[in-house]
Design a protein around this ligand. Structure first.
Ligand code: AP5
Length: 216
């Protein structure tokens, strides 16, 4: 089963993707994580990507489509979770073609709806474990001295997790990514859920969608 988690920055895509990986053994493909890795490479491309991400803008379609194409060609999994991809109509078309090339199809798109006010507080309060990428929040999931998942003592706050970059990221979401809601609705793949609910309730709702034969 291959799914997309679609939603604005801070909607909880990464949080839910990690649960699906742990509980169902699915494979998470997060273009944000891939790009954060690329930016540490100290290449010209890495530096360009870093500047674009820190400002909250979208990286070009050819770069992110290339990253996903590479992962799909080297990774064998019975279920992919696309987290943060696609983000434009061109990326959505490309994903359809890439999946068809390897005889796979997209089963569900889960749109996670969260209002802007909640997104701001989620983003500015977020910290991430350096060891395993587990995500914490100052209020809803306070960072312990050591990561509960991997025991690491190091945590970071992302350079784009500030109110100025977030404004640009939200604009990019509404301008470039939200048209995908209509795109996938028209294809009969869209399932929308309330991402404001408790993390466990959101996880349960995603599970219900995955178990629902009607959405296939
Ligand atoms: P990316 O890394 O994809 O970031 P994003 O889409 O902005 O999403 P986030 O990772 O910020 O949020 P999330 O939805 O995963 O929320 P999380 O689970 O962490 O992209 C970063 C940048 O890379 C982009 O701006 C762009 O420059 C570039 N990029 C990436 N992909 C690209 C693409 N395809 N094309 C072009 N450019 C691309 O949760 C957030 C916080 O909320 C956490 O603290 C968490 O604990 C908390 N939380 C989660 N769920 C709940 C809940 N239900 N209730 C309360 N708190 C919750």
């Amino acid at each position: 089963m291959n799914i997309i988690l679609l939603g604005p920055p801070g909607a909880g895509k990464g949080t839910q993707a990690r649960r699906l990986v742990q509980e169902l053994g699915m494979k998470q493909l997060s273009t944000g994580d891939m790009l954060r890795e690329a930016r540490t490479s100290n290449t010209d491309m890495g530096k360009r990507v870093a500047a674009v991400m820190d400002a909250g803008n979208l990286v070009t379609d050819d770069i992110v489509i290339g990253l996903i194409e590479e992962q799909l060609s080297i990774t064998n999994s019975t279920g992919f979770i696309f987290d943060g991809f696609p983000r434009t109509l061109a990326q959505a078309d490309a994903l359809g073609s890439l999946l068809a090339k390897i005889d796979k199809e997209l089963n569900f798109v889960v749109e996670m709806k969260v209002d802007d006010e909640a997104l701001v507080s989620r983003i500015v309060g977020r910290s991430t474990c350096v060891g395993c990428g587990d995500v914490y929040h100052d209020v809803t999931r306070p960072q312990p001295p050591t990561c509960t998942n991997c025991g690491s003592e190091s945590f970071v706050r992302r350079a784009d997790d500030n109110e100025i970059s977030l404004k640009t990221r939200l604009l990019a979401y509404y301008r470039d990514t939200s048209p995908l809601i209509g795109y996938y609705h028209a294809k009969g793949k869209l399932n929308s859920i309330d991402g404001l609910k408790d993390i466990n309730v959101v996880a349960e709702e995603i599970r219900l969608i995955l178990n629902s034969r009607n959405s296939l």
